[in-house]
Unconditional design. Structure first.
Length: 286
């Protein structure tokens, strides 16, 4: 049983991308999902006539072919059938376009070391894929595993969060797991003295958001643990995930508007940069 039937995994030869690919095999569910693996060759900016090598195009495609050969080796060892494709162009554009063309419902990407991502996520291919993709994106940090054992839904009551909540509930029902729902009131200690009524209002809203998800879950017989916390949302979410062994964080993001928010340092972007576990970014259909 699987929620995702056509999965696109992007590899670039790095350990993080190959690790994410191996984790994506878990979603194949005994062949019920088709996994396409793509490696994208960035366009050559120089003058090919000045390159003193025969069969220049073949030489340029070699890294791409090597990446896919590694992917095929991993798939063979796991007993999973994959389709491979070598593309050329802007990396994030090729990934997004291919996912749309093949009607994929999930893109899987790796995440490099945390320190590097914290500094360079803005403008990265991961951020751009998330921003422009119309389908869900699963980001798998290196040395983490994809599991639905302990899922954490982060909600702020927005339309994005409502769609993510439905996906989280569907996953909880499918895998027969409980769900933790957290909403963080973005208030700091200094706010209490300055505007206590605003603080109380934010906390009340957060309680409404988690209560709404809990009520939805009750209709499907899903057990939900509602949590309301105060502080910097991304810090609270990632700290809770790390201290409580969360296996998957689920958040929402909206189309190209989502890209704008990512580039401005959104909660989603910061969670992606600091998360101790995979993050499923659920996309709102345009």
């Amino acid at each position: 049983m699987t929620m995702y039937h056509k999965i696109l995994a992007a590899v670039d030869g790095s350990e993080s991308s190959l690790h994410a690919l191996k984790e994506s095999f878990k979603l194949a569910a005994g062949g019920q999902a088709l996994i396409t693996v793509v490696s994208v060759l960035p366009p050559y900016q120089g003058d090919l006539s000045l390159v003193g090598v025969k069969n220049v195009k073949e030489m340029m495609r070699r890294p791409c072919q090597d990446n896919l050969a590694q992917a095929e080796k991993l798939a063979l060892a796991a007993g999973v059938w994959i389709k491979t494709l070598c593309a050329e162009g802007e990396i994030f554009e090729e990934i997004v376009d291919l996912a749309e063309k093949d009607r994929c419902d999930l893109i899987v990407m790796g995440r490099r070391q945390r320190r590097l991502l914290e500094r360079a996520l803005v403008g990265s291919n991961t951020a751009r894929v998330i921003g422009y993709s119309s389908v869900d994106v699963l980001v798998v940090p290196k040395e983490t595993t994809v599991s639905f054992e302990k899922m954490l839904l982060a909600t702020d009551g927005s339309q994005d969060s409502q769609v993510a909540a439905q996906r989280a509930l569907d996953l909880a029902e499918m895998y027969q797991r409980d769900l933790i729902v957290i909403s963080v009131a973005d208030v700091r200690p200094e706010t209490y003295g300055v505007a206590p009524q605003i603080t109380e209002g934010l906390i009340a809203k957060a309680k409404e958001y988690v209560a709404e998800v809990k009520n939805q879950a009750a209709l499907g017989g899903i057990n939900v643990t509602p949590l309301v916390r105060e502080g910097d949302p991304f810090e609270v979410i990632t700290k809770f995930a790390a201290e409580n062994g969360v296996s998957l964080i689920i958040m929402g993001s909206h189309g190209v508007t989502g890209l704008r928010r990512l580039l401005m340092g959104s909660v989603t972007e910061k969670v992606l940069g600091h998360t101790p576990c995979p993050v499923l970014v659920v996309k709102v259909e345009e």
